[in-house]
Design a protein. Structure first.
Ligand code: 13P
Length: 275
């Protein structure tokens, strides 16, 4: 039984100066692949599903599967709702036992984003789940649809931190999906926040960043890094030809190899025993 609260993983990452990989999952193959990678690397890990993906992977089906997979894992696994946009969806995730939820009010004016986040903190307080908020805006939606990126204001990050959130996603020039070229990240935002927030910093849009960019943001305090596109591409590529059962095995393996690469890069390998 290794389902854990995301707060624990973030605390451990802060103490150890590394980042926990937070991998998006769309189906059983993704879930099994990510957990296999974490077990092989003896690493803590987060599995997440975004609200915008639920038409493909309904929460009442994928949620219990994620939870069960976490409970049966030999490493600590947190189960997270990524980019929760509506209170109904966030409530459903909490009722299903998710140990972390994101309240994404990044397209709202600051005061409304803070008010919404406070509502979610109150809801999550009933189960003890962690809460992630967003300041600035990660470019493009999680499903690749257009959304302009916006660099986080440092002052707004401090205001959001005062709500008592556990994790804060900041826009620093990052975007979901494939970049035409590795983006120019605004490290100065992280430099001004380093060591001054109660919340752990979260980087979205991990696919396509360079190893050097990952190392630098981790050294500047990033403690959770989201990867989605690369996981989905690995699975899609593994599924050419063959029968369904061959494809399941190949998908799990491809997702595991992809997730393991990030786990090693993020410094979380070998950290499973220390929670
Ligand atoms: P990528 O699809 O760019 O890896 O981004 C993942 C993410 O941030 C999910 O919230």
């Amino acid at each position: 039984m290794a389902l854990v609260n995301m707060k624990e993983l973030l605390r451990q990452a802060e103490a150890g100066g590394f980042a926990v990989g937070s991998f998006s999952v769309a189906n059983m193959e993704c879930v099994r692949g990510v957990i296999r990678a974490a077990e092989e690397c003896a690493a803590p890990v987060i599995i997440q599903v975004a609200e915008i993906r639920l038409p493909y992977s309904p929460l009442h089906i994928i949620g219990p599967m994620m939870r069960s997979a976490a409970e049966h894992a030999s490493v600590p696994v947190a189960v997270h709702l990524d980019h929760g946009k509506t209170l109904d969806c966030i409530r459903e995730a909490l009722d299903l036992g998710f140990t972390s939820v994101m309240c994404d009010g990044s397209d709202l004016p600051l005061e409304e984003n803070i008010a919404l986040t406070r509502q979610v903190i109150e809801m999550a307080g009933k189960t003890g789940a962690a809460v992630e908020a967003e300041i600035g805006r990660v470019g493009r939606s999680e499903d690749g649809s257009d959304a302009p990126e916006e660099i986080a204001s440092v002052g707004d990050c401090f205001r959001m931190d005062e709500t008592g959130i556990d994790a804060l996603a900041v826009g620093i020039g990052n975007a979901h999906g494939l970049y035409a070229a590795a983006p120019k990240l605004r490290y100065e935002v992280l430099e001004q926040l380093k060591g001054k927030l109660h919340a752990a910093l979260v980087l979205h849009g991990g696919t396509g960043l360079t190893d050097e960019q990952f190392r630098r943001v981790i050294s500047l305090g990033m403690r959770k890094i989201n990867i989605a596109t690369d996981i989905f591409m690995a699975q899609a590529e593994a599924c050419r030809g063959g029968d369904v059962f061959r494809n399941i095995g190949a998908s799990v393996e491809a997702v595991a190899r992809t997730a393991a690469g990030y786990i090693k890069l993020f410094g979380s390998e070998g950290k499973a025993g220390t929670t």
